[in-house]
Design a protein around this ligand. Sequence first.
Ligand code: ADP
Ligand code: MG
Length: 469
Amino acid sequence: RWDRVRRRLRAELGEDVFSSWFARVEIGAVVEGVAHLTVPTRFLKSWLEAHYAERLRAHCMAELDAPNGVALSVRQVARESSEPCQDLSAQRARPAQARPATPMSDVAPASAATPASDRDPMDACGTLLDRRMTFQSFVVGKSNALAFAAAERISAAPAGSTPYNPLYLHAGVGLGKTHLIQAIAQDARQHGKRVAYFTADRFMYGFVAALKSQTALAFKEKLRGIDLLIVDDVQFIQGRSIQQEFGHTINALIDAGKQIVVAADRLPTDLEALDERIRSRLAGGLVVEIGELDEALRVKILTTRLDGLKAAHPSFHVNPDVIAYVAKLVATNGRDLDGAANRILAHATLTGASVTMETAEAAIRDLVRTREPRRVKIEDIQKLVATRYNVSRADILSERRTAAVVKPRQIAMYLAKALTPRSLPEIGRRFGGRDHTTVLHAVRKIEKAIVEDRLLHDEVDLLKRMLQE
Ligand code: ADP
Ligand code: MG
């Protein structure tokens, strides 16, 4: 069954992306509905959590008996230095080229006899909808009341009427964007509307697959025949032709009086990868932010989650005091609250003990971060960057000027400037005795590159967070 998850991932992401990030993910056991996956390095764990958490969860839920999601951990192995590292240029070449021509056949073996070109590229749209993400299960509080009201209004509006168009929801990770827009999708479908729901990845994939099987026109027609288009994580839409297509689609739908809903992790003006005109079109309706989950909201969400788990475990009981305490410890993020609920349940069912403040605290210890940022050492930066780009630290300090070494070296210098109080000349000295102008050049270069290149931006950002962890 794990093979089926792998096949789905490979089909969706293409061989390159799959082998870079998923080839070395292994399945441990499914315990209490949580699929335990292991990876060889911390880096891979963070990367998968940052970029593929949703997808992994959706597939494991569909193929394994894992309704409570996935937990990733680093497996114990003799030190392994090689991250499956594509160089940066290979990453930038994503996503179009990486995908196979008839990528759906693995996903839907039942219809494998149908040639790809006859298949509806939108058939798969609904597969990622999570049945638990409904309006009923969405807990409303101060920070999301406006977003919730707008979402309900849009969903309930008669087809053809567009109260706010587009509705643009933005918020940080784990604050309920996906939950809310999936709730719109499910509710609107129940009201008989024709809904297309895509993640940005899915949209790009659908379009590229349609192009390759020469059904792009049909794909577009299909899109234009719907009442409601929902796209999650639009900050990931990239690539010139796909962007154009996305822009055309949005314009055509809005002009035809169809409703659009999108979610992103940032304001429309900050979608650097998107064309200016698309940004302003996206900003032209209602833009709503979902704020941090305050303590009251966290208590309610956690209570609902734990109640939900009770269905399968009738004897499971958590005292409200303990819930309040856990909600205080687990800051801000809905995903961590889910994780906390699952861990507490696992702890309680495995030990058979009742849940006290102490056992709860022990169960969620890894979710509670100490806020104090760590002092970053230049040496640590060099080591991490070297591991990430599959070069040695000595390479970074050396005179070598091959591209495979220059780029990581520049990134490391940039990080040294950004994360430590060291001066440029001092950084130069610590990078094999280089001149301060060399360091300045590197810093400027990366500063510019991360504005232009979204993937690089995310990558550098992740490296920063890992160093400060
Ligand atoms: P985002 O898409 O913003 O990163 P998600 O929608 O995936 O966040 O939310 C992360 C988790 O937190 C999900 O399990 C979601 O159901 C839960 N969650 C977030 N906000 C709420 C809320 N207001 N009510 C209930 N659950 C919530
Ligand atoms: Mg999301």
